[in-house]
Design a protein around this ligand. Sequence first.
Ligand code: IPE
Ligand code: IPE
Ligand code: MG
Length: 242
Amino acid sequence: MAEQRNIPRHIAIIMDGNGRWAKQRNKERYEGHIAGVDSVRAVVRAAVRNGISYLTLYAFSTENWGRPQAEVDAIMELFCKTVMNEAEELCRQGVKVQIMGERTRFSERVLEMIDHIERTTAAADRLTLILAFNYSSRREITLAVRDIAANVARGEMAAESIDEEVISQHLMTASTPDPDLIIRTSGECRLSNFLLWQASYAEFYFPETLWPDFGEEAFDRAIEAYTQRDRRYGLVTDNVIE
Ligand code: IPE
Ligand code: IPE
Ligand code: MG
């Protein structure tokens, strides 16, 4: 079914606009993040329903540590709460959760929750949900380069054998296909350090909707828009082999 409708195999979303959503309602920013969890639930459901294989959600960038401490604490707390509340339902829906990012700067409790959600959902195989949490693409690429350089220095790899595949295999997304569709909500049109290498031939979709207002229908509309795109990969339409 997925092939027939030409739906994306991997959708990545930059969930943006929680703060503005809260501001519009005279609420605190953290209340926007709380409201955003409902949208996460909705898009996960919609992804499962549409037969999407991979859904990556940008939840917290490395740069986001620079926000006011109270907001950072609220996001960490919300992460822990959501993991506790949703683990069972995610398993029921066949959703395997993986956390992508550096496992640094987190509290013990957050690390425990990361471990908990990954372990509890490990056997699920309908949808892989990747949460980018303390993720930065430049950092990811830097770490990959370091790793590859160390392999070369130890004589385990020749510099000439470094190709695109080798680099891809050293990124945090090594086991995930590149995103077909990248959605950023709230009208901003930038990547903000998200999947820079992987986005080479992704299709982009920038709805004005703020993240807490983004639901199943909006997700379906994004997929519909994707199905109308003509991906050429630098070729001419007739000789593209997908
Ligand atoms: C996205 O919403 C969530 C995170 C970055 C954690 P924002 O908090 O960036 O919301 P705006 O962009 O200020 O509206
Ligand atoms: C990107 O949003 C990070 C996440 C959605 C988690 P930001 O709101 O942090 O990005 P900028 O500051 O607008 O570029
Ligand atoms: Mg933002």
